[in-house]
Ligand binder design. Structure first.
Ligand SMILES: O=C(O)CCC(=O)C(=O)O
Ligand SMILES: [Fe+2]
Length: 213
């Protein structure tokens, strides 16, 4: 008999990627919790249309976003410095579940709202200095499934995983050092998707002091 990870209740799939540790849990949240969390987050979070500067021009980021977390978790992302809003009960509940699954502590979450197939996130690695050397990032998907693409920074090797409603993707170890990731625009009509990426933001001053000891 074939042993199939998909037959289990809550399987953890390890993606076969070199220089990385990526785990995918397709049915991390039960259907009801996934549906109610999606509704709550869409209506309760303070979604913003942020802008970034590219080649001297100010352009709209192709999605809405919001940053929540502990007071000290100030995050600079694509030149934007974001002060955290206070955790909501829904975000706190999801954070605790993700911490358990990832065996890690998080003090902030970047919430992304993809309104339709036109919204996207370009190739990048979550390698900002305040995330530390080998960050653990837990990425929860609610709503429309989207393709999540990986590209190796040196070999160009590619992998794709379709992130389903209620799924969790955990990236750790050297993943951010060796791989970019992206959510591309699509031509086919797609509905709304919320993505939460839980992170741990280190205090940079402390990191510098420690490195001198
Ligand atoms: O929406 C996603 O699945 C990707 C989000 C992401 O890569 C990020 O927030 O850094
Ligand atoms: Fe990312």
């Amino acid at each position: 008999m074939q042993s199939d990870l998909f037959d289990n209740d809550s399987p953890v799939l390890s993606l076969p990627m070199q220089d990385a540790c990526v785990e995918y849990i397709p049915r991390f949240l039960g259907g009801e919790l996934a549906d109610s969390s999606l509704q709550t987050l869409v209506s309760e979070l303070a979604w913003r249309q942020d802008h970034i500067k590219m080649f001297g021009k100010t352009v709209k980021i192709p999605r809405l976003q919001a940053w929540y977390g502990d007071k000290e978790a100030i995050y600079t992302y694509s030149g934007l410095t974001m002060k955290p809003l206070a955790w909501t009960p829904c975000l706190l509940e999801l954070k605790q579940m993700c911490e358990q699954a990832a065996s890690a502590k998080f003090n902030g979450v970047l919430a992304n709202l993809y309104r339709n197939e036109q919204d996207s996130m370009g190739w990048h690695a979550d390698d900002e200095p305040e995330l530390g050397e080998r960050p653990v990032i837990a990425s929860l998907t609610l709503g429309e499934a989207r393709d999540f693409d990986f590209k190796h920074k040196i070999t160009g090797e590619k992998h794709r995983v379709r992130l389903a409603h209620g799924s969790l993707l955990i990236m750790s170890e050297e993943t951010q050092k060796y791989w970019f990731h992206a959510i591309s625009k699509r031509t086919k009509t797609l509905g709304l998707r919320v993505n939460l990426t839980f992170r741990f933001i280190h205090q940079l001053e402390n990191t510098v002091i420690r490195s001198h000891l």
